[in-house]
Design a protein around this ligand. Sequence first.
Ligand code: GLA
Length: 715
Amino acid sequence: MKSKFLLMLTGLAATLIVTAQTNIIHSDNDGKSWNIMTRSAVYHLNITSQGDVKMVYFGNKSQMEKFENGLGDEIPVRGGYVSAIPMIEVVFPDGVRDIELEYKSSEITSIDGYPALKIVQRDKHYPLEISSFIRALPEYDMIEKWVEVVNTGKKGSIKIENLLSGSVFLPKDVYELTHYSGVWGHEFTPHTTKLTQGTKTIQVKDFKSHGSSSFMVRPEGENDPYAGKVWFGSLKYSGNWRIDFEKFFNGNIQIVGGMNFWDQEVNLKPQQTLTTPRMLFGYTEFGAEGVTMSLASYIREKLLPATHRDRLRPVLYNSWYATTFSVNEEHQLALAKAAKEIGVEMFVIDDGWFKGRVNDNAGLGDWTVDKNKFPNGLKPMIDKINEMGLDFGIWIEPEMVNPNSDLYRAHPDWVFHFPNRRRHEGRNQLILNLAREDVYQYLYRCFHDLLKENNIRFIKWDMNKVMTDPGFMSAPADEQRAVRIQYVENLYRLIETLRKEFPEVWFENCSSGGGRIDLAMMSRFDFNWVSDNTDPVERIFIQDSYLTLFPANTMISWVTQEDWHRQNPSLEYKFDVCMAGVLGVGYDITKWDDGQKKIASEKIAQYKKIREIVQKGDVYRIVSPYEENRSVLQYVDKNKRNAVVFTYNMAEYPANQIRETQQTPLMKLRGLLPDVRYRIEGMNENYSGRYLMDVGIAIPLRGAYKSNIFVIHTD
Ligand code: GLA
């Protein structure tokens, strides 16, 4: 099992550089207590006289002295009085299942440029050592937690039945949790619920979520969007995950999360290490807006792949809604020509281009071009598209196979399966066992060759089936239930290897729409296909939630013919909705008349003018569609001198008829410089930033399904 967990190991070892950063992390009391500072908070922990490492406090610096006694163990274990949810549950070779930890050592170090505290604890009797890491991201009001477990023995495996990334306790109060769940077509639906005695769990057990592990916890009733304390977090992991919110009888809360060990175990052999994914915990006093600023800025500035992080995203065309599987060279070229005419920069062919792919019943796994559809191969078509002045991109779904494919006929054992059990298909496909090295090597070769042989500048990486039948019976018995961990490791390895070899290529993350959007994917992909639901009104809701958690330059939106509510929204309205992120077009634009082409050209030109602010600015959600019958989003650039405001009406009601949906007459902007004067394009007067923020302005937008974009500059 040499290769298992290797990536996690090497990744960490390479980044450990020891430099003390005492201003952010410092220890007192002869090295027996530590403070980790962020902009708004302090995380305090100490070692008791019994040698236990306790988490004392996480919150506002000025209130820390009230909490001298630890709220709970830094690493709650299974063993002794099990009051908290354990982060680690093991079985030692002799059958003992309880853990007793003692403090061993600690160091203040630096990991990837940020200070981190490493505390090592070990079992008092058995060869188990557990290092917990807390890395400070002070300017983002966040800390990052993870653990590393080593079997320091010479013989016998330690069975790990559960190993979570991090735990935090909050003091007695009445709290509300906001989290985001979803299903295909309805990604990131927010839910707020009171945390009562017992455990509330949010989790994924089949590799798909359409929601997020990101969450916010606030004292009950505090719902000012711009102020008030919020604890928040998110897990950097793309496999199964779980976050528990436990309210104890004494009123304290524990938030603990990590990989979901449901139907999973790891047998840690002597000298082996298992490192968990990292979990972010944050504390802000600026309400939900503070959470958005922390998470989105962190992703945009630090997490996204460095090669493309600061580049402006191109305007896209994607053929899926125009053609579904019926792709051929002639029509693709016609689409590309029309796309170029309206100002598109990247032309992406979606599903349907590879061998046997006439519908979703066949072809996945056979990653060579379909000669019936492209008799000359892809190259001549790509050349012509490049000659038009467009870059070319392509859709792939590496992790899947159709039983009706050459790959499956040759290797029916390459999919996850159990003998004597049905292989559960979804969309007529099965999931390849990417934990297998031969599967990894096959996929690597396919996509390496595809990228090497063709001038491809964009990959849309899809994943359309949930994880079922996770059998890997040919693996050693004691490794079979770690298969999901190895799958995710190899998935990351495949993406990272291809990115390294083809550094110019943009990568889009897709999973039946937004089924696998998380911070681990964010660190490997440039953007996400957020939802297959491209109806503009539906999209306004999905985008509002998405932009609460993630930056706008990761949100691809296409203008399509979809109209789920039969409201016949205008093309302008659709463009305005999609311009709030990375703009794309998905219509069969060869059928557009001159009027439609003119609207599209003008809108794309307008987008190019504002996209720097949209893609790199901070997003303020001024009016939420969940609260009113309209949505207002404001984007402000870093120097606060340029802003864009998107206003979308949905239904419009007669004033004062329905109080809850009545339009607020004035819209108060955010994030401007109070003493600077601003001009709103299309309006005559200019205003001080203070006026726009404190008094607000009436936005002249009336009527259902009407939208407008206001561009604001300093005068
Ligand atoms: C998934 C994606 C779509 C499209 C199709 C192609 O459903 O979410 O955007 O790529 O697959 O089959």
